[in-house]
Design a protein around this ligand. Structure first.
Ligand code: SAM
Length: 354
């Protein structure tokens, strides 16, 4: 068949029309713990769907054929490798580098809780209302369904709160390893504040590399820090970043500014500036939107999360360009912004200098 035929518009629209099968299948394999069953502490031996089911404690009605259908789809998206017997009688599956990110490491961390967090029922109910964010941006689709914003909703539901913290740890720890290998901007810092630091993982990792940091302040919502583990040298402080931020000689923040409107961002940046001495800096790791729209994996990952934000967190919270961050920083007391694109493909390290 001609390549142009394979990529025909009909095929493309059929793929787009049923694309929801992909994240829902991903959610299914995570719920069924398939990545952990295949990974088996690093063996990653190819297993058939029947072998996967027999390694778990699912009921006798568990259906290998249906599991295999899901595994085949996810193989086509690069999550599993498929190994077919020479006579074609049996298909077995191992994890690709992508799939390995779903298997728990020795500390129990992986991207699996992030998948579950994004596809829990409360989130799924908001997705059919994306168009409402266009018609009336004063309410997020999530708020239309639940009557309140996600963070206050999580705050009333301990399980969701815990899942959010696990999701953040699973996604943030691998990023932080790469970040700390490639970035050395914490030299000489003695008091570091992490704004929106969740369970304190990022701060713990920074402080284990930079011994000059004598005090770490993990600042997050009261209901989040109440559940955060005790970490030597780290004080958990509950509060609202829109009101005030504890003082430090540098501030770190990651995956935060995107969830807020421009006015709220200016307020948060101003609160950061007020908490810093002259010459102090805010080190913000945020997704940075390229000006040009293309079909690269990076652009797609960034643009997809942008719609997630619009639907769940803030209709006018968004991924911003370098220019947009520069303007917000200027308005909030940071005359200089230095972006570093080379550490990670998803997060850019933005140094706001006071
Ligand atoms: C996307 S998570 C990022 C967590 C962490 N920085 C990381 O990258 O792993 C956003 C964090 O902001 C916190 N947060 C939300 N609203 C807040 C507020 N008004 N004041 C302080 N923290 C807040 C949430 O509880 C959550 O831990």
């Amino acid at each position: 068949m001609e390549r142009s035929q394979i990529n025909s518009p009909t095929l493309a629209i059929m793929e787009l029309a049923n694309l929801i099968s992909v994240p829902m299948s991903l959610n299914a394999v995570v719920k069924l713990k398939v990545p952990d069953i295949i990974w088996q502490d690093g063996s990653n031996n190819p297993l058939s769907a029947a072998e996967i089911l027999s390694a778990a404690t699912f009921g006798p009605s568990a259906d290998a054929e249906n599991l295999q259908r899901i595994l085949r789809l996810l193989t086509s998206y690069g999550v599993f490798n498929e190994h077919i017997e020479e006579d074609g009688s049996e298909r077995r599956y191992s994890l690709t580098e992508v799939g390995k990110a779903l298997a728990a490491d020795e500390k129990g961390l992986s991207y699996a809780p992030y998948i579950l967090q994004h596809h829990q029922d409360a989130m799924m109910l908001a997705w059919p209302l994306v168009h409402e964010a266009v018609l009336d941006p004063s309410f997020e689709p999530f708020v239309k369904v639940h009557g309140e914003r996600p963070y206050s909703y999580y705050g009333k539901n301990p399980q969701m709160n815990l899942l959010m913290q696990k999701a953040m740890s699973g996604a943030s720890v691998p990023f932080m390893k790469a970040f700390l290998d490639g970035y050395d901007g914490f030299q000489g810092v003695e008091t570091l504040v992490d704004v929106g630091g969740s369970g304190g993982d990022c701060l713990r990792m920074i402080m284990s590399k930079y011994k000059s940091i004598k005090k770490g302040v993990n600042f997050d919502l009261a209901e989040v820090v109440e559940k955060a583990p005790q970490i030597p040298g780290i004080e958990h402080v509950g509060g609202d970043m829109l009101k005030s931020i504890p003082p430090g000689d540098a501030i770190f923040t990651k995956w935060i500014l995107l969830s807020w409107t421009d006015d709220e961002c200016k307020q948060i940046l101003k609160n950061c500036s007020d908490a810093l001495p002259l010459g102090g800096k805010l080190i913000a790791c945020e997704p940075l939107l390229p000006n040009h729209t293309d079909d690269s994996r990076r652009s797609r990952a960034l643009l997809q999360e942008d719609i997630f934000l619009m639907t769940m967190y803030r209709t006018k919270g968004k991924h911003r360009t370098e220019m947009e961050y520069r303007e917000l920083g200027l308005a909030a007391g940071f005359p200089n912004l230095k972006p570093n694109f080379h550490i990670d493909h998803f997060f850019t390290v933005l140094e706001f200098q006071k």
